[in-house]
Design a protein around this ligand. Structure first.
Ligand SMILES: NC(=O)c1ccc[n+]([C@@H]2O[C@H](COP(=O)([O-])OP(=O)(O)OC[C@H]3O[C@@H](n4cnc5c(N)ncnc54)[C@H](OP(=O)(O)O)[C@@H]3O)[C@@H](O)[C@H]2O)c1
Length: 275
């Protein structure tokens, strides 16, 4: 895809990868940027940077799980004309409780954000692109989707669900001249990565991760997993029987600190138990 002058939607623009990708897109002189996330302040700062580079930049802060806001956003986008690319970078990490499980709250939001919201965004972006008869959608999953990671069961499962949807819908989208790209990153530096406590094997910089995403867009690649050596290790591991896999996945075991949403849920729970 020729990025110069392209109209690009970035979902999850306010995150670590999102910000780095938007800055790269500015360097590539895209034509317009539509930025989504929840953090209004981060989006505003990115909007200002886009505008400084002479790029028409619009932002919308909302929760992707709110279906009426999500559909209204895409309807607005449609009224603004076509988009050439949609980058779906949003995602959340999940935390286990004291019993070593991700509880019902984490199970729900894990699938709601990492699987359902991303799948809905693919559907809505593809509808928009179908009318224009061209476009590219890039979705960020994770190398964790390829292994049943004991450190992060709901995260692995929700990202694996996303992979399966992408693979299943891709041939139909191809017939509509829409490229659907799946990106599986290993660890990269970001606010999410900071919450992973433990061995973060082969962790790369945010800028390197962003360049990989831009490369997928530019070369219209259907698939990218990075770092390639970590991907090879994981593929080899996945062929091993479970009894051999388990001690090896234990080497990269990590725990996950709660994000802001999880923290406020736990605080509310404590407050209500004191009432
Ligand atoms: N970092 C890693 O090591 C790593 C490894 C493999 C895969 N990944 C994947 O890479 C992607 C980017 O991760 P990151 O490390 O950049 O994470 P991050 O800094 O935590 O950013 C996550 C982004 O998702 C958005 N988001 C989350 N829940 C949302 C919701 N309900 N509604 C709207 N937006 C929501 C966040 O918006 P707000 O900030 O505005 O709330 C933010 O823009 C994710 O899909 C992640 O799963 C990350």
């Amino acid at each position: 895809m020729i990025l110069k002058g392209a109209k690009v939607l970035v979902i999850g623009a306010s995150g670590g990868l999102g910000k780095a990708v938007v800055l790269e897109l500015c360097k590539q002189h895209v034509g317009s940027l539509f930025l989504c996330g929840r953090n209004e302040k981060e989006l505003l700062s990115l909007q200002e940077q886009g505008q400084k580079c002479g790029i028409s930049t619009a932002k919308a802060a909302f929760d992707l799980r709110d279906e009426s806001l999500l559909t209204a956003f895409f309807a607005d986008l449609e009224n603004n004309g076509e988009i050439d690319a949609a980058l779906i970078l949003s995602g959340i990490s999940l935390t286990k409780d004291a019993n070593g499980f991700e509880d019902l709250y984490e199970i729900n939001r894990g699938f709601d954000v990492n699987a359902k919201a991303c799948i809905k965004c693919i559907y809505l972006a593809a509808n928009l692109m179908q009318k224009a008869q061209h476009g590219q959608i890039v979705v960020i999953s994770s190398l964790a989707s390829l292994l049943a990671l004991p450190s992060s069961p709901v995260y692995s499962a929700s990202k694996a669900a996303l992979n399966v949807y992408v693979k299943a819908i891709r041939p139909y989208l191809q017939s509509l001249n829409i490229t659907l790209s799946l990106v599986l990153p290993g660890f990269f530096k970001s606010p999410m990565e900071k919450r992973f406590i433990g061995r973060k094997l082969f962790c790369v910089s945010t800028q390197k991760a962003a360049k990989k995403v831009i490369n997928v867009l530019r070369k219209q690649k259907a698939f990218c997993a990075f770092p390639w050596y970590f991907y090879c290790v994981i593929v080899l591991l996945s062929f091993l029987p479970n009894v051999l896999q388990r001690p090896l996945t234990g080497i990269c075991a990590f725990s996950v600190e709660p994000d802001n949403e999880r923290r406020s849920y736990l605080e509310k729970k404590v407050r209500s138990s004191h009432v």
